[in-house]
Design a binder for this molecule. Structure first.
Ligand code: HDL
Ligand code: ZN
Length: 433
């Protein structure tokens, strides 16, 4: 069959429905589909170019990623303060010297930088960081966004949006907000749940009549705050990063905020509540953003939320390895619970492999295997490449055992499964597929 015939949709459909004859053909199909299927990245810290310099990209931003900063401090006795006084370029030079020149870039985050450079066509034989800087010196943010999304095969990006951030709020209130249809908003609610006392004055400043006491007016005004920002951003879900000591229900502010404000607003807007649970904030404050740690959390908090609100959708991921297995078992009990991603310290190949295996073995394809959590735009390239490789290998093994049992597989069915996990499961859970 020539190229033209093969590209004919009817011919393609027929080919897709042909049964897969052997494991070599299976592997080619699974690898191709997992590597080629464009993803929706449902949790990132990226911004569309509409947000100006909130959209972090380029060599220096890649090297001063907080994951790399904490890894670099392990190789030096330098005091923290003098590092933070350096310019971004000096910090990047310091990270490059320690993690890439004096030692091999073996860690997930360090090796990711080399994957990015290689996939985006830079010559990775150089040890001179200025060689890399020079190759991107003429690029614009818009061009890099286009090039990276094409290389990473990421078609939709969900941002993390915080109206308490003055710079970001100005883009939404004084400019047009997000105008790029490839980008979507998720409204972050950490401050009003985890730092209520500091949030009261900020909400008053923004025109919401709230007080520290948990009274009717405060509840109504906090609901108004969330509703107005969900509408302004067209937010797909509410999101929070919850400390590992989160328990629910409790006689505390968190439970009152969830019951009296967050769930009623999510129900009114018909959007999920996304919880990322298990962070232990600032165990080393001198590392700033890099100073957080993971901790084992109480899975019963998630169980109680799912039980109490069967009509509310919950997107949940957790930071400790042990919690991830419990969460996957819990997802078997609650169809309003969607497990997602290998978060933060679990976004390393050994944990992605282990988690993808037990999730497929317990949930089939009814979960969201990965999100990138990217902070710097080019990271999409390595975070998705490394994860696709693992997903392809594990999926291929599972399909092969089905074939060995005589199950007949078609390419169309594998395409459906892969699209579900990398894209459709998220939109279907939102009721938007
Ligand atoms: O709270 C979160 O969304 C976490 O992802 C933090 O931003 C964390 O610092 C991070 O970047 N993890 O990848
Ligand atoms: Zn995040």
């Amino acid at each position: 069959m020539d190229e033209e015939q093969l590209n004919n949709p009817n011919v393609q459909k027929a080919v897709n429905t042909l049964t897969i004859q052997n494991e070599a053909q299976l592997k080619e199909i699974v690898d191709r589909l997992v590597y080629q299927t464009e993803v929706t990245d449902m949790h990132t810290h990226l911004f569309s170019p509409d947000f100006g310099d909130l959209n972090l990209w380029g060599v220096d931003e890649l090297l001063i990623y907080h994951y790399l900063i904490s890894e670099t401090f392990r190789w030096t006795e330098q005091d923290y303060a003098s590092f933070w006084e350096m310019s971004k370029t000096e910090q990047a030079d310091w990270v490059w010297k320690k993690l890439f020149v004096e030692h091999s870039p073996i860690s997930e985050a360090a090796r990711g930088v080399i994957t990015i450079f290689n996939r985006l066509g830079l010559d990775t034989s150089s040890r001179n960081l200025n060689d890399y800087r020079a190759q991107w010196a003429q690029k614009s943010a818009e061009q890099q966004v286009d090039d990276v999304m094409a290389a990473a095969k990421v078609k939709k990006i969900v941002m993390t949006n915080d109206p308490f951030d003055d710079k970001e709020r100005a883009v939404w209130t004084e400019k047009q907000g997000n105008q790029d249809s490839r980008f979507y908003a998720a409204l972050r609610v950490d401050p009003i749940v985890n730092q209520w006392d500091q949030s009261v004055s900020k909400l008053n400043e923004l025109g919401y009549d709230v007080s520290a006491e948990w009274e009717t007016r405060t509840i109504e005004e906090t609901r108004r705050f969330l509703s107005e920002w969900i509408e302004r951003m067209d937010a797909l879900y509410l999101a929070i990063s919850m400390p590992g000591d989160f328990s629910y229900p409790s006689e505390d502010h968190r439970s009152r905020m969830i019951d009296d404000v967050i769930i009623p607003v999510c129900q009114d807007k018909g959007i999920p509540f996304g919880l990322m649970i298990g962070v232990k904030r600032q165990v080393n404050p001198q590392l700033r953003l890099a100073g957080d740690m993971s901790m084992r959390s109480n899975i019963e908090a998630v169980q109680n939320l799912c039980n109490r609100y069967p009509d509310q959708k919950f997107l949940v991921t957790m930071l400790s390895r042990e919690n991830q297995h419990e969460l996957t078992v819990l997802a078997r009990k609650f169809r309003n619970l969607m497990v997602f991603g290998c978060w933060w310290f679990l976004h390393i190949e050994s944990m992605v492999e282990e988690m993808t295996r037990f999730r497929l073995e317990l949930l089939g394809t009814s979960f969201i295997p990965q999100h990138s959590d990217c902070r710097v735009f080019e990271q999409l390239v390595y975070k998705w490449e490394h994860s696709r490789k693992i997903l392809a290998n594990v999926l291929n093994e599972k399909y092969a055992t089905l074939m060995q049992e005589g199950w007949v597989l078609t390419e169309a069915e594998i395409q459906r499964d892969v699209e579900d996990m990398l894209d459709v499961n998220f939109w279907r859970f939102l009721g938007k597929a």
